[in-house]
Design a protein around this ligand. Structure first.
Ligand SMILES: [Zn+2]
Length: 311
């Protein structure tokens, strides 16, 4: 992740933008022999060593980011995240100079770009779910990729001052960072949550209202969401409630069964659930799974017997 100060100061004076897509390059990157030891996995068919980057490798983004850091560090007006590079200039000339340096470094490193996937010399650009222009940074309200929206209240002002822009840049980065950290702990991926969310009629309306504003008389099935509306946000097409991923109905069983692994008991299971996920009736669902599980009940009885009443 670019750091917020850099991101902000890079974007602040920008008038001409180019966005470079390295998606292809990412998957083609060869892993140097000395890094391969870390990327060996044990499968039923024996040890398997990755020699090229794959999204199956959980540390791949970090390794890639390090390589890109080494390649692009210190170029003014250039920010990047994973496979997405943004080059910004205050004038055409400045932009061209910077772009030249970026393209030169990438080619020396053997990183090739697909030209048709890049956009050159535009006055505004979409980056990390935001529309960036000389006016500043604005969350995308529509589009194929879901924007990162903090709350509907932050969308209202069109004129954004310095402080506002800086705050948004910071929130943008923190939001994406936390979201990925959160998902690492769950048995479902961002894509699964996003797809399940899109198929869920209630959550589709919640998302729509989060973007456009909530109606004063919402329907009863939306009540649990409406009363939390100020704490709901959207990251990469997924709904977030107060730092927890809102799990669509179709994935709840899977998440519950993961939480239930180890039969940790009701109190701990609830606490764990509350730090990562949320849906209406989550506590009730946890209670019912623990009550109907004989292993959990046995554990509880054992604990009751072995705990002396007078210590
Ligand atoms: Zn159990």
């Amino acid at each position: 992740m670019p750091n917020p100060q850099d991101l902000f100061s890079t974007l602040a004076g920008g008038r001409v933008f180019t966005r470079l897509d390295m998606k292809q390059a990412y998957q083609q990157m060869r892993i140097s022999p000395d890094s391969r030891a870390d990327l060996t996995i044990n499968t039923s068919k024996g040890l398997f060593v990755y020699t090229r980057m794959s999204f199956e490798i959980t540390s791949a983004p970090a390794i890639w980011q390090k390589a890109i850091d080494e390649t692009l560090a210190g170029i003014p007006g250039c920010i990047y995240y994973l496979d997405d590079i943004l080059v910004v200039g205050g004038s055409q000339e400045e932009h061209d100079q910077r772009l030249d340096i970026v393209l030169d470094r990438l080619s020396k490193r053997g990183i090739r770009l697909k030209e048709e996937k890049c956009t050159f010399n535009t006055s505004e650009v979409e980056y990390l779910g935001h529309l960036i222009s000389e006016k500043g940074l604005r969350p995308l309200e529509n589009g194929t990729e879901q924007p990162i929206v903090f709350t509907s209240r932050t969308l209202s002002s069109t004129e954004r001052g310095y402080a506002q822009l800086e705050r948004e840049a910071l929130a943008l980065i923190n939001g994406v960072r936390q979201f990925h950290k959160l998902l690492d702990t769950l048995p479902v991926t961002a894509d699964q949550v996003k797809q399940a969310r899109a198929k869920d009629p209630i959550l589709s309306r919640v998302l729509k209202y989060s973007l456009e504003g909530w109606p004063t008389n919402g329907s009863p099935e939306l009540h649990s969401y409406a009363k939390r509306s100020t704490e709901l946000s959207i990251t990469e097409g997924c709904l977030i409630y107060g730092g927890r991923v809102v799990i669509p109905y179709s994935l709840q069983k899977q998440v519950l069964s993961e939480l239930h692994t180890g039969h940790i008991g009701m109190v701990r299971m609830k606490a764990t659930a509350r730090s990562f996920v949320w849906w209406p009736g989550l506590d009730r669902d946890v209670e019912s799974i623990v009550r109907s599980c004989s292993t959990c009940q046995e554990q509880r009885n054992k604990l009751a017997i072995s705990t002396p009443i007078h210590p």
